[in-house]
Design a protein around this ligand. Structure first.
Ligand SMILES: C[S@@+](CC[C@H](N)C(=O)[O-])C[C@H]1O[C@@H](n2cnc3c(N)ncnc32)[C@H](O)[C@@H]1O
Length: 329
């Protein structure tokens, strides 16, 4: 299918006041938020993605993320995902970062229109990287106010994003609004609530971090990475007791993972590399917006927005799933 075909599909999902017929593959709808925390969050991600875009390690992370994506959203294989995507005419990657998942979708479903949107400058970086794909467009804008028509999107993907928006419940309602009822699907990932010591430290520490300079944040992320590395190199497993009052689950666990899940994020993964580990720690403490959800809160949000789970997945880090809008729900 031609570029003109995809441009005209892009035009068809916007309300009448917006006709993006002249864009190449990038449209800037909005790069400024009125919310202080959202502005700080956008700056933190602009900083993170500008640095990481230059890293030679990023393709290893992309591959790990693609494999994880299949698990998070109930696909047995990339072939199954491709078949699913090909049945969706319009695909929206909400909070696309550097755009590698949007590009993956566009390659797996070459006859579908794929749109990636991000509030940070990553949207422009993504557009520059993926100019060659005729069915792929990037928009700099706010996913909590997309300006797409009701029910105009066949597959909405919001992977590792919603908790960074100013009001995640409002964003969820917006993404439900644009999902085509009965046939469309909305995939979403929510950070889960962790053990009490980690929650308390994270909450306190994140507000402290919001006044640190970017340089200080990168320095701290390096230090946390080094802590994770040293703990991990001890190669010690502990038999931890259950401490229900603190939300700590017992069992046999590597010491670094035990501290990571229950006390402080100190990510270290030698296979992904040092730069990726540092960026992962930076990603956790630098954005002011980072809401965590309990399973009950996620299920209540689905109910409130008339969504039913097609699949629901849980692991230490998150709750995730694919949801459908049923008229009767
Ligand atoms: C952890 S990254 C995930 C990026 C991508 N989905 C991925 O899986 O690699 C979160 C992204 O959400 C974006 N974001 C946060 N709030 C947003 C908003 N209100 N509208 C659009 N993007 C937003 C950030 O700029 C950032 O790129």
């Amino acid at each position: 299918m031609s570029r003109e075909h995809f441009l005209s599909s892009l035009g068809s999902i916007f309300s009448r006041d917006l006709r993006p017929d002249t864009v190449e593959n990038f449209l800037n709808l909005d790069s400024l938020s009125s919310g202080v925390n959202q502005r700080q969050t956008n700056d933190a991600f602009t900083d993170k993605w500008t640095v990481y875009n230059k890293s030679s390690e990023k393709h290893k992370l992309y591959e790990m993320q693609r494999q994880w994506y299949l698990q998070l959203y109930g696909f047995d294989s990339e072939c199954e995902l491709a078949e699913f995507l090909r049945s969706k005419k319009i695909i929206f990657d909400a909070g696309c970062g550097l755009g590698y998942k949007a590009a993956w979708f566009a390659q797996l479903a070459p006859d579908s229109l794929v749109i990636g949107m991000d509030f940070s400058d990553a949207a422009k970086l993504a557009a520059d990287t993926y100019k060659g794909l005729d069915n792929l467009f990037f928009i700099q804008g706010d996913i909590s106010g997309t300006r797409f028509l009701d029910g105009s999107i066949d597959y909405v993907n919001c992977d590792q994003v919603i908790m960074h928006t100013q009001n995640p419940d409002k964003t969820f309602a917006e993404l439900s609004r644009i999902t085509r009822p009965e046939v469309g699907e909305f995939a979403c990932y929510f950070y889960s609530k962790k053990a009490l010591p980690r929650e308390l430290l994270d909450e306190h520490f994140r507000s402290y971090c919001s006044v640190m300079t970017s340089e200080e944040l990168w320095q701290m992320s390096e230090q946390l990475t080094e802590l994770g590395k040293r703990l991990s190199e001890l190669n010690v497993c502990i038999d931890a007791p259950d401490i229900p009052a603190l939300g700590i689950k017992g069992g046999r666990c590597d010491l670094q993972r035990f501290i990571y899940w229950n006390f402080i994020k100190c990510f270290w993964n030698p296979e992904l590399g040092k730069e990726t580990s540092v960026v992962t720690n930076y990603d956790w403490y630098s954005p002011s917006n980072a809401r965590r959800y309990s399973e009950e809160e996620v299920r209540a949000l689905l109910k409130k927005n008339g969504m039913e789970a097609v699949c629901f997945h849980q692991e230490n880090a998150c709750h995730s799933g694919r949801f459908m809008k049923r008229d009767s729900a």
